[in-house]
Every structure is written in C-alpha cells, then in structure tokens.
Ligand binder design. Structure first.
Ligand SMILES: *[C@@H]1O[C@H](CO)[C@@H](O)[C@H](O)[C@H]1NC(C)=O
Ligand SMILES: *[C@@H]1O[C@H](CO)[C@@H](O)[C@H](O)[C@H]1NC(C)=O
Length: 731
C-alpha cells in the first residue's frame, strides 16, 4: 500500500511524457501516441491552466474512433474486439450490469514505449532467483527449464504492459490475479515481433511469431530484448481511477521522482523549504482563492465521491487500525483524499446513528452558546462583565488570548475560552456567571470530543506522510532481500517459494508502517495541547494553548443580495494542527477545495448526507431534529437532537502541513455572511501545540535523511517558537 499526493500525480504524469523511455528504469509507458489517449483530465489544477489539448481528448473515443495503429506497425493501439472474433468472450456477470466499456479488447503494444526489454529482464532475473531455491545449492538449472522461464517472463511482461496500457485508457484487466496464474489466460497472443537491440526497431523482414513459445524457441529471444506484440480478446472493464494504482504503475520505484530531482524540478516536499517559505506559500494560496461568494443553493457541496464521504468517528480510533499496529488502509486513504484534495474531512460522531453520546455533548454546547449570546445581546451589563480579549495569564505566549470581543458594530461577537490545564474550569472565569456550571461543563466536554477527533486525524495523516516518505524504512528490520523486485502477478507454480520472498519484503514494510503510526501517535500525545497535564513537560503553561472559540455572526437581511453574499471573515489559514468546526445549524463556513477549485460549504455537505440517510429510512428530510432515545446521566430520555450535532468538520492547519512534510496543505477557509437576517453561531476548536515541547525529527518523523528542509529547520525548535514564526509580522 502506498499513498501519494495529488501534486505528485501531476508531476509523474508530466514526466511520463517528458522522458525518453530508454532513460527509464521502471515501467513508465509513453502516453503521447495518439491511439492510446492520455489519462482522464485531472481536476486538481488551480487557476484554470488546464492543458490546451484537453478539448481534443474530450472528443476522442478510444473505442469508436478508428485507431491509427494496425497489426504489426509497432504503434500502440487499442480497440474493442470484434464480437465475432476468435477466442473467448468475457463471462457476463448476472448481478452486475455490464457497462458499455466492459468487454474484450485487442491491443497493439510497442515494446519500446512499454519497455518490454528491461521489464522482461527484471522478470526473468526474479524468476531465476526464485527458481534457484528449488534446486540444491550449486546445482545448475536444467537448460530445458530455462526456455520455460523465458516464455513465462515474456508472458508476464506482456501482461504487465497490457495492464499499463489498459490503465492509460481508464480500463483494468477483468481477471483477478488468482485466475490469471496460468500463462495465456489473460488474452490471445496473436503476433510477436522482436526488436533489433542494435537499431531499436523491428527490421524489415523480421519474423512474425504467433506465440511466446515460438518467439523463444525459433526466434531465440533472450530476456532483455524488447518486443512488440498484438494481443486479442483481453477482458477489461472500466476502471475507477485510483491515484495510488496509477502511480504504482507509473513509478513503482520512485525513479521518476529521482529523475525530477536531478532535473531541478520542485517536488511537493521542497517547494516549501523553510518556515518563511511556508508563510509565503500560505499567503499565496489565500490570495488565489476568489473573493466572490455564492448562495446556499448554488454553492459547491461536494460530489459524493471518496474524500467527500463522511467518516465514521470510530473508524479513526487507534483501536480500529490493523492488529499489526498499522493504520487501516481504507481509513488512511479516505483521510488523505479528504485532506489533500478537499482540505477538510467531515466526521459523524454518531457512527451513522448508532451511538449518540458525543452528539449529546455537542448539543449541550450549542444550547449553552445560544443562551450565552442571548444573555449578552439582551443585557449590556452581562456583556460589560466580560473581560476584553487579552493575553491569558500564565501561558507564556502572547498569542494565547482569552476574553470577549464585539466587532463590526455587533455583527461579530467572539468569546475565546480555554480550559485551565488539568481542571474542568475555563477562562475567562467571568463567563461562568453567565453560562453557569453546567454551561462550563458543556464547553469542556465538547472540547474533549472535538480534540479527540482532531488528534486521531492528525495521527492518521502524519502516519501516512511518514509512510509515504519511507521515514522508517531504513530503521526497520534488515533488508537482505532488497534487490529482489516486487512483481505483481508473479505466481510461479511453487507459490510457497515465491511467497517467501514476498513475506520478507512485506514484513519489512509492515514494520516501517507500524513505526510510522507509533511515531505519529506519540506526536499527537506529546505535541497537541488537549488541556491535560503532561508530567514530562515542565514548561507547559497553566492554560490550554488550544482555544475553543464561540462566535456569533449576524446575518444580513434578504433584501440586500449584495450584502448577503459577502465574506464576513476573510480567507485565511489557521496556525493549528487541526481546526475542528462542529457543523452549525446555519451554514457559513467555506473551505477552498483544492481539487474542485471552488469554495466548498462542508456544513451543507453534511446536511445533504443527513437528508439522504433520512430518505433511506423513509423519514422526513426537511426535519431539523431527530428523535433519539438515550441515557442522559442515569435517566433514559427521548431527546430531540438538532440534526447538525452529529457532524464535525476537520480542517488541516499550518502545523499539520509541517508535520506531513507539505503533503497536507493548510486549509484556506472563510466565513460568508448569513442570509435572511439569521445569526450563525459557530464554535471551532483550534488544536495548537503544547508550549515547552520541542520538535524532534528522530522521535516523530524517523530517518533524518527522509525529512525535507522545512522539518530540518524545525528540529529542536520549541513549538511556540514555530507558532510565532508563522504569525503575520504586522501584528
Ligand atoms: C478498515 O476499515 C473499514 C471501515 O471501517 C472496514 O470495513 C475494514 O474491514 C477495515 N479493514 C481491515 C483490514 O480491518
Ligand atoms: C529526540 O528524542 C530522542 C528520543 O526519542 C532523544 O534521545 C533526543 O535527545 C531528542 N532530541 C532532541 C533534540 O530533543
């Protein structure tokens, strides 16, 4: 399992066009031939600078349009097999309706662009090293077997090339690997042409072989010699494009990445090489985001695909990981897709309506917040009793403020609260006389709910980035077998022997993945301030560094459309690990969605999901509350729970950008004004760093060689100094 950032995909794709195949070690097919059209258009570019040939590709249909290549001319081409053609047809599945694109395909594969030479050599070497173990030490492998291995190497090479070619056309082989263990089962080889190693071409008059057997036996093919081939009746189906599949195909050993480095291209981990760069980069992204706003109906709410899906709270727990101590792959991919592509992840604290304890805590916090603003709005005396925003005493950071602020002639009101470390009290303590003891408890409880979610997401994201950078690969178990290439579909008759090699590689990988997670967990425990006391840290202040900010934004009347659609709190990023925003009754938070290149309103995305769930259960989709029977204290009660208490939006902050080596960029977000004169109450938690603690690469990020220069700059720094370095200097 490997996870890659979108930026890296972009890079790999561009490079696959830019490098000549002979320079490439890995299987990196050329995509520029006209008959094999390029990958589906990516959506992750900003600023609308899509490649100009996009329109051409839009009209090109790989199946209907005549491919240019013909039998044996050495081009890459693909066409749908003739229904009356020779060979077998795919068995139609009764349950799954066959898509139009599903079926059998004929392909012409150019050996140079798909590097059948280099690949076959690697395959053959791997086969031989496995085969050698089957014979007593020192014994020769019988020569008649060598031909069998050569034929086999040719076959699996061709299959890998076909997989890559299908992949470029948005298709995948419709056979699972167990089924295709036997050679030949994945398609009918129609023609094989050996390329002259001297000229790199199929010379005039070269023999056409009708199978790999004859190419080896009569054509004396040797591993390493490239070959073109035509294969028919390859069963394929439409592929759901997955970034990791695509990349492992394109760049299985990271050689593209290294080549890019040599060419001086910027990589995701290097374009932000220092804290200064990070500040500049963040400002650049904030400025790039458009100022205009759209109304509730037309604003983007996600398209329901992968990263927009709502995450169940319990899936994020350490206990939901694999038994070997590594992260659950589907959770990891979901988290990373959400954070990298859309800059937010929405979490359902009820696990899809199965447990309501956390939602109840959030509902009490919402009630307290509404009561609080009612009180200060109605009674100027109450408002005046609160201290203004000021540096919290005994914290040791000028950025740790608490207090109350009324801004923009009452259109924005903020109560900044913090837990007094190790207690269930909050500052400013004056707030308690307005919200009461229970109100304070509701703030502390809901803070704990959100803090725990944020810590879990940070853990998964940091673990993913640690894995992505092989941060613990060198530090994990020994690597005696590191030369043996991993080959998908290497299923020699003696599975067990082949398996041994795999287990070692896999074991090594598992160790590194487990260590990545352990280090990430340690980071969340030690560096994120959850308001609890940490005994090893003598320098932490008496007040939590992570504030819980209760805000009220007064809406504009619906008569003034222009006023309505305006930013009330302009685009910015947070200097936090994670900012948790409980979904509010009235939406207004917008996050700049990197993949869709538009502002996304996650609160409406959550509402959409809630309504879809209701519809499935045959319940009223326009309702604003749901009936829940549950224990509140010792008493079983029926509670009318406001719908939004189920959901929390999680946004990455600048500290997570550092901790994930720039894989996860800080979310650019804003608040837009509320329509119809309603007031929007919001209650974000900004998870910040414990003061007194130091960044420590070897502890949290493994091998120092894998850390980029940004992390290296931060190594040994106190977290409050990192925080301060990221603040705008004008303050
Ligand atoms: C990973 O999590 C998903 C979602 O909870 C679950 O369905 C799946 O079984 C988990 N995978 C493993 C290997 O535990
Ligand atoms: C980092 O942590 C390790 C323990 O994991 C410790 O030995 C080392 O001294 C720490 N380095 C710094 C700079 O604090």
């Amino acid at each position: 399992m490997k996870w890659f950032s979108i930026a890296y995909v972009a890079l790999a794709l561009d490079l696959s066009l830019a490098f000549a195949p002979s320079q490439q070690k890995a299987l990196t097919p050329i995509t520029s031939t006209k008959s094999l059209f390029a990958y589906p258009p990516r959506k992750n570019r900003r600023g609308g600078n899509e490649p100009s040939n996009e329109d051409e590709n839009d009209d090109y249909d790989p199946i209907l349009d005549e491919p240019e290549g013909r039998r044996g001319d050495g081009r890459n081409w693909i066409e749908k097999s003739s229904p009356v053609g020779i060979g077998k047809l795919v068995e139609e599945s009764k349950e799954t309706k066959e898509k139009e694109t599903d079926g059998n395909y004929d392909l012409g594969v150019n050996g140079e662009s798909f590097q059948t030479g280099e690949l076959s050599e690697r395959m053959y070497d791997a086969l031989m090293s496995v085969a050698a173990k089957r014979f007593p030490a020192g014994a020769e492998i019988p020569s008649e077997l060598e031909d069998v291995y050569k034929i086999y190497a040719m076959d699996i090479t061709a299959k890998e090339a076909v997989k890559a070619a299908l992949d470029q056309n948005g298709l995948e082989l419709a056979i699972n690997d167990e089924e295709s263990q036997d050679e030949g089962l994945w398609g009918d080889i129609d023609a094989v042409y050996l390329i002259d190693p001297e000229t790199g071409k199929v010379e005039e008059g070269t023999e056409e072989y009708d199978s790999f057997d004859t190419a080896v036996e009569e054509g004396d093919w040797e591993p390493g010699q490239p070959f073109n081939f035509v294969v028919r009746n390859v069963p394929a189906r439409l592929k759901e494009m997955d970034i990791s599949d695509l990349l492992s195909q394109l760049d299985p050993e990271g050689s593209l990445r290294n080549q890019a480095k040599e060419k001086g291209m910027t990589l995701p981990d290097e374009d932000v090489a220092s804290l200064k760069d990070l500040e500049i980069e963040v400002n650049r992204r904030v400025k790039l985001a458009p100022y205009e706003a759209e109304d509730e109906n037309s604003v983007y709410k996600g398209d329901g695909s992968k990263g927009y899906n709502i995450m169940k709270r319990s899936d994020l727990l350490v206990e939901s990981g694999n038994v070997d101590g590594t992260e659950n792959e589907s959770t990891l991919m979901h988290v990373m897709d959400a954070l990298v592509s859309h800059s937010c992840l929405v979490v359902d604290v009820t696990d899809g309506g199965t447990r309501f304890g956390d939602a109840l805590k959030l509902s009490k916090m919402w009630k307290t917040s509404a009561d609080f603003f009612d009180a200060v709005n109605e009674d100027e005396g109450q408002e005046a009793s609160l201290p203004g925003m000021q540096v919290a005493e005994g914290v040791g950071s000028t950025y740790a403020k608490v207090g109350y602020a009324n801004m923009g002639e009452g259109s924005m009101k903020f109560l900044e609260t913090r837990v007094v470390r190790g207690t269930s009290n909050i500052v400013p303590s004056e707030a308690e006389s307005i919200i009461g003891e229970d109100g304070v408890k509701s703030f502390v409880d809901s803070f704990d709910v959100m803090c725990a979610i944020g810590k879990d997401i940070v853990r998964v994201a940091v673990a993913a980035a640690n894995m992505e950078y092989d941060a613990f690969m060198r530090l994990s178990s020994s690597e005696e077998n590191s030369d043996l290439p991993m080959i998908s579909g290497l299923t020699f008759d003696d599975n067990e022997i082949a398996g041994i090699a795999d287990v070692d590689e896999e074991g090594n990988y598992v160790d590194a993945a487990r260590m990545s997670s352990e280090a990430a967990l340690l980071l969340t425990e030690e560096l994120i301030d959850d308001g609890k006391k940490m005994n090893v840290n003598a320098d932490e202040g008496g007040v939590n560094m992570s504030p819980h900010r209760i805000c009220r934004y007064q809406g504009k009347s619906s008569s003034d459309k222009n006023e309505q659609l305006k930013e009330t709190f302009g685009a910015h990023t947070d200097t936090s690990f994670m900012t948790l925003v409980p979904v509010a009754a009235i939406s207004g938070l917008e996050i700049f969605d990197e993949a869709a290149n538009v502002w996304l309103r996650p609160e409406l995305m959550a509402r959409k999901t809630w309504e879809a769930d209701r519809a499935k259960q045959g319940l009223d989709t326009s309702a604003q509350t749901e009936k829940v029977i549950m224990f509140d204290g010792d008493e079983e009660k029926e509670i009318e729970l406001p719908w939004h208490c189920r959901y929390v939006v999680a946004m990455p902050g600048e500290l997570l950008q550092i901790a994930t080596r720039n894989e996860v960029a800080a979310a650019v977000h804003r608040v837009v004004s509320v329509a119809d004169g309603d007031a929007r109450i919001s209650a974000p938690v900004l998870l910040r760093a414990r003061s007194g603690m130091r960044m420590n690469i070897s502890k949290y990020f493994g091998d120092i060689e894998t850390a980029g220069s940004l992390l290296k700059e931060c190594d040994g720094m106190k977290l409050e100094d990192i925080h301060n370095a990221l603040q705008p200097k004008r303050k």
